[in-house]
Design a protein around this ligand. Structure first.
Ligand SMILES: Cc1ncc(COP(=O)(O)O)c(C=O)c1O
Length: 474
């Protein structure tokens, strides 16, 4: 039980009594054996262990466990834009394995060059150079090194609660204790943090309106002004690094990024956008930053870039930031692996040919509308927010004081899992729904029906529709 307390760390969620109860009713003997073997051999770490269950198949929007139970996967680590096992992707990889399966580093290869060209073509104008890495965290490190080299500075400004990866650089600019505190430090010096935009729970105490939208007339983007304040006071910050839309999720207030970008320009600071979860269409535009009309100096991609099959990430940079010719910022063994590059190239082609960004926009708008209707029926829902297929439902036990309903969120999760819907809980009480871009209207409807049924079951009652939405008192 953690009702109203600080967010349960995911490590605690992974060991909660609700989880144990769910496992008692849902795991068969082969799964229990696999979980025991997993716990025996893998080094234990927060979030990853112990596992909930095991899966034996993944196809399209579905994952399937050893008992044959299927789950609509509204989590997928934001890597499954294409769904699982897309036949065109699998065929392209089989062919690539046959043609050329590796390129030692002193040689280039066609898939790597084709991918570089394609990324430059589709990315916001001005981002004309790339480097590849095998994971998002490594790509973030590369971006930080480029910013240091290009500015001759080493300091950064980033946001509390952000996640940018597990490496020392990424953990230093990240803002979650479990990745940066305890035995992990010391971290990189000069990594300043500021509170993030979070309009429903504005860290500066400003209220939002009945639809959860910021009251810009009152707050005047204090959250963005604070970034300028720090850049000005420090005077020598190399880069601001952030997710343009937070995966928790939180959408930036209008004008936030334009104001931060202006502050960066004024103080000789580069702007790095980490689009590892949001890039390639998740938010209903190809890049989340397009919603804000702001092109960063460096943009980082990962996760879905490998089609949910192979690990590959990329840094895109302005051509004039190509200043590391005498150094090695990302000299990774699999930097130009033809198979991972083929995975990325084919993924981009599929996203384009199947018009998946448009689908994400369409399904996302529809889902957001339905979630808002759900909010009117259930007082447990304090806020609904999102963009495209990055959707969040924040549960509260009291809409006025916004008491986080952490225990209810966990209960809703296990109820939904039992009915075939998987998603993630963020910040303790936010049901985070991130389906793949291939989702159909029927699949979305099925998932939302499970979600509503689970919320109603946990709330115990279905409240009467309320006029308007919640009144947020900040
Ligand atoms: C915003 C963000 N940045 C970076 C990363 C790190 O990516 P990877 O796990 O591929 O190292 C993640 C992964 O979840 C992420 O969500």
């Amino acid at each position: 039980m953690n009702e109203g307390g600080p967010p349960l760390a995911e490590s605690e969620i992974n060991r909660s009594s609700r989880r144990t109860e769910w496992q008692a009713g849902h795991l068969d003997e082969p799964t229990r054996h696999l979980l025991a073997e997993d716990a025996r051999y893998f080094l234990h770490q927060s979030v990853s262990t112990p596992c909930l269950s095991a899966i034996r198949r993944a196809e399209g929007v579905w994952i399937e466990d050893f008992t044959g139970r299927r789950y609509l996967d509204f989590h997928g680590n934001n890597a499954h834009h294409l769904g699982y096992g897309h036949p065109r992707l699998i065929a392209a990889l089989q062919q690539q394995l046959h043609d050329l399966s590796f390129a030692p580093r002193r040689f280039t290869c066609e898939p790597a060059i084709d991918l570089a060209r394609k990324l430059v073509d589709i990315s916001p104008p001005g981002l004309d150079k790339v480097l590849f890495a095998t994971g998002g965290s490594d790509a973030v490190e590369i971006a930080l090194k480029i910013a240091r080299a290009a500015t001759g500075r080493f300091k950064t400004v980033s946001f509390w609660d952000a996640f940018h990866g597990a490496g020392f650089g990424a953990a230093s600019v990240g803002g979650e204790a479990q990745f940066r505190s305890g035995p992990i430090g010391p971290l990189l010096p000069g990594t300043e943090h500021v509170p993030p935009f979070a309009c429903y729970r504005c860290p500066y105490g400003y209220p939002c309106d009945a639809d959860g939208q910021p009251r810009l007339d009152l707050c005047r983007l204090t959250c963005a002004k604070l970034v300028r304040y720090v850049l000005e006071r420090e005077g020598d910050v190399a880069a601001v690094i952030a997710e343009p839309a937070r995966a928790t999720p939180y959408i930036p207030p209008p004008g936030f990024w334009a104001m931060v970008q202006q502050a960066c320009h004024d103080h000789g600071t580069l702007l790095i956008f980490d689009e590892i979860p949001t890039g390639l269409g998740k938010t209903g535009r190809r890049f989340a930053c397009e919603h804000d009309g702001v092109t960063p100096d460096l943009l980082v991609l990962g996760k879905a870039l490998g089609g949910g099959v192979l690990p590959i990430a990329a840094v895109l940079a302005r051509a004039d930031l190509d200043v590391g010719g005498h150094w090695a910022f990302g000299h990774y063994t699999h930097e130009k692996n033809p198979v991972t590059c083929r995975a990325a190239l084919t993924t981009l082609e599929i996203i384009e040919d199947e018009r998946l960004v448009e689908n994400a926009h369409r399904q996302g708008e529809r889902a957001l509308q339905r979630l808002r209707e759900m909010q009117a029926r259930h007082s447990l829902i304090g806020d609904v927010r999102g963009r495209g297929l990055l959707l969040g439902v924040e549960l509260v036990s009291d809409r006025e004081d916004k008491t986080p309903a952490n225990d209810a969120a966990e209960a809703v999760l296990y109820h939904a899992l039992s009915r075939g819907l998987s998603f993630k809980i963020s910040l303790g009480n936010v049901l985070t729904l991130t389906p793949p871009l291939i989702i159909t209207a029927a699949q979305m409807d099925a998932a939302l029906a499970i979600l509503e049924e689970s919320i109603a079951a946990v709330a115990g009652t279905v409240s009467q529709p309320t006029p308007g939405r919640n009144t947020n008192s900040g």
